[in-house]
Ligand binder design. Structure first.
Ligand SMILES: Nc1nc2c(ncn2[C@@H]2O[C@H](COP(=O)(O)OP(=O)(O)OP(=O)(O)O)[C@@H](O)[C@H]2O)c(=O)[nH]1
Ligand SMILES: [Zn+2]
Length: 325
């Protein structure tokens, strides 16, 4: 009797991929020598890849199938990698991602769309006036960022038009770092916060994100914008994010097109709580399925506030964030 006959009766065998269906190692091309680059931006199926300062255009190789390639991805590239005009390289492998920022188009959308890979900071650009700040939007972006394992940075622009105090006070208990910016303000605090990191910039159209990027990276030429009254979109209609190197090679900012919504149907309360070490420790005692809101009668966060293990301000801020988001 063959061993295969025995395995067929074994239920656990069903889920395992059949050995024969996998390509054998010796048939699989070895790309370990292929050059590694970073995806800078994507335009109509063409990927801009930066390798050692060379800027090339590439397409996805067929063997990648439906695997997504997104801005920030580290990829292996073969073919013509000279970067010369008219040449096209092929992306054959995507390196494992350290983080993935995702969004769903809206809350009823079951599809998570990966937006940016390998970032470590999420800079939320919000105007203090014109357009007025919306904490619901900030909360949604914070939740998406915590879910992705990114550290948030609140960039409050247009401080010449309104004071930042109320917003700063709202997010201080969560430990969110912030910088306040006016047209003539010193950029040094922002530069320090971005130094050596890969920061995704998100913000509603009109908050002054392009103005900020142009100040940080002279020559980056981000379109500053007359918002189109009909479409609500800025002048440049690109839908892809773009990675821009900070001067002196001191990190990257990844600019994203003005976000109008940040659907969060893929996020669970426990993944958010996990971003806060002190809260996560306490929430380990919550009943199964607890959403950690004020409406959850047995949430362990309440007991921890009552006996002084957690500050009430921190728990309230956390709950406001997860409930308005
Ligand atoms: N008063 C004031 N206005 C600013 C400031 N920063 C930018 N603006 C103005 O706000 C408007 C929008 O600025 P943008 O930089 O285009 O904003 P954006 O967030 O990039 O918007 P999109 O390009 O639509 O994504 C422009 O008219 C800017 O001149 C600021 O600090 N103070
Ligand atoms: Zn709870």
């Amino acid at each position: 009797m063959s061993t295969r006959g025995l395995r067929d009766d074994d239920h656990t065998g069903f889920d395992r991929p059949r050995r024969r269906s996998r390509p054998r190692t010796k048939d699989r091309p070895d790309y370990s020598d292929a050059e590694i680059g970073m995806i800078i931006t994507i335009d109509r199926g063409r990927y801009r890849v930066l390798i050692d300062g060379r800027d090339l255009t590439a397409v996805k190789a067929r063997q990648l199938g439906r695997k997504s390639v997104i801005v920030g991805d580290r990829v292996r590239v073969v073919g013509d990698t000279s970067g010369e005009e008219g040449t096209l390289a092929r992306i054959v492998e995507v390196e494992e991602r350290t983080t993935v920022l995702r969004r769903t188009a809206d809350d009823d959308d079951p599809y998570e769309r990966p937006v940016v890979a390998n970032a470590d900071q999420l800079a939320i650009v919000t105007a203090l006036a014109d357009p007025p700040p919306r904490t619901g939007m900030i909360d949604r972006i914070l939740v998406a960022g915590y879910d992705a394992g990114l550290e948030p940075l609140l960039c409050l622009t247009k401080a010449d038009l309104a004071a930042p105090d109320v917003l700063l006070a709202a997010y201080q208990p969560l430990g969110v770092h912030s910088v306040v910016l006016a047209p003539d303000s010193d950029l040094e605090p922002l530069r320090r916060a971005l130094a050596g990191r890969v920061s995704v910039l998100v913000g509603h159209s009109g908050v002054g994100k392009s103005t900020l990027v142009n100040r940080l990276i002279p020559g980056s030429d981000r379109a500053i914008g007359e918002v189109n009254e009909v479409t609500g979109r800025g002048r440049h209609t690109s839908t892809s994010a773009i990675a821009l190197a900070l001067p002196g090679g001191d990190g990257w900012v990844i600019d994203t097109p003005g976000v109008r919504s940040f659907g969060l149907s893929h996020v669970t309360p426990d993944r958010i709580v996990a971003a806060f070490g002190d809260l996560a420790e306490v929430a380990a005692d919550c009943p199964r399925g607890c959403r950690h809101t004020a409406a959850d009668p047995e949430c362990a966060l309440d007991a921890a506030v009552a006996d002084g293990r957690l500050g009430s301000g921190r728990v309230e801020s956390f709950r406001r964030m997860i409930t308005t988001a």
